[in-house]
Design a protein around this ligand. Structure first.
Ligand code: CP
Ligand code: NVA
Length: 336
């Protein structure tokens, strides 16, 4: 986002100014305090949705998706509608966003028309470049590097289930890419604990691990990466997996299926976790591959709570970035 915002900030309250007109390209765009503020607001919006109706009236959101989506698209669209705003979806699955013109030119158009842009892209640099050139908030709805909205919703769901996140450990078993990266960074911000097990060659990016460790040093989080799924899951409070073959990697599906087979989350692996451990998945799930039916359909599974959390968290993100309503918060009634 350039410093030459089209918006005027005179009417916004102090809390709004901290978020107002910022981008969410990476979890690293939020300080640990800001990440907690997003989750707190999401909790308030979930508890009192009627207090936020109309909070983004007159606001417009454009969404450009180069990859398919069920949850991310619909939770953004339904969330925006519930706040009184409108959204425009542009299907970019047949061509990359910048196939016709440069990203900087697209950014300079969009900022004249709409209030926020949401992007799902193959290259993280597409989201980053849009954010650099557009003077309106740009939100990453999944790139190959990160899925920040997902990780925020996942930790929101874990907080609902367990309370203090500093007392739990998440085990992530599978591919160390976008979802694992954002979970690592969110865990670090929240002072929680995470142990990631990936096959050799599929570890999280060294840069993301280093960033998470720097944040963890500040927050007291514990961030560990290993290759043994049983080591990761042993005693864990939550066991998380993601698809073995992410969108855009379909040509690698066969080779990945054999590499990742020992990382399947099944009842045997779940039995190593803490007695009250939950199962998590960002979805869509490839049943019979990274997770068995007996685990994802069990009473331990909270995958649909996660999916619901996407809506509450993204509404909070939109409200904070668009400056549409901190002054509408029912502060007195909430604390009454
Ligand atoms: N978890 C997630 O992002 O789902 P979609 O790909 O359906 O948006
Ligand atoms: N890692 C997966 C996440 C889907 C929500 C992918 O990128 O396809």
């Amino acid at each position: 986002m350039s410093s030459q915002s089209l918006h005027t900030s005179q009417a916004v309250s102090a809390p709004e100014k901290e978020f107002w007109c910022r981008d969410l390209v990476s979890i690293c765009d939020l300080s640990p305090q800001e990440l907690k503020a997003v989750m707190d607001l999401a909790g308030l919006m979930k508890a009192r949705p009627w207090d936020f109706r109309g909070a983004l009236a007159g606001k417009q959101m454009a969404m450009f998706f180069e990859k398919p989506s069920l949850r991310t698209r619909l939770t953004f669209e339904a969330g925006m509608a519930s706040l009184g705003g409108v959204s425009f979806f542009v299907d970019q699955t047949q061509s990359r966003i910048d196939a016709r013109e440069s990203l900087s030119d697209i950014a300079r158009n969009l900022e004249r028309w709409v209030d926020v842009v949401v992007l799902r892209t193959f290259d993280h640099s597409t989201v980053a470049t849009m954010a650099e050139h557009a003077c309106i908030p740009v939100i990453n709805a999944l790139s190959e590097l990160e899925h920040p909205c997902q990780a925020l919703a996942d930790y929101f769901t874990l907080q609902e289930r367990f309370g203090d996140l500093r007392n739990i450990r998440l085990a992530f078993v599978g591919d160390g890419n976008n979802v694992a990266h954002s979970l690592l960074l969110a865990c670090a911000c929240l002072g929680s604990s995470i142990r990631i097990a990936t096959p050799p060659g599929y570890e999280p990016s060294a840069r993301v691990i280093a960033d998470a460790q720097v944040i963890a040093h500040e927050t007291g989080a514990i961030v560990e990466v290993c290759s043994d799924p049983y080591t990761a899951v042993s005693g864990a409070d939550a066991v998380y997996t993601d698809v073995w073959t992410s969108m855009g990697q379909e040509h690698e599906a066969a080779s990945r299926a054999s590499v990742f087979e020992p990382y399947q989350v099944n009842q045997e692996l779940m039995s190593e976790a803490a007695p009250n451990a939950v199962f998590m998945h960002c979805l869509p799930a490839h049943r019979g591959q990274e997770v068995t039916d007996s685990v994802i359909d069990s009473s331990r599974s909270i995958v649909f709570d996660q999916a619901e959390g996407r809506m509450h968290v993204q509404k909070a993100i939109l409200l904070l970035l668009l400056g549409g309503g901190m002054n509408r918060l029912p502060i007195r009634s909430v604390h009454a």
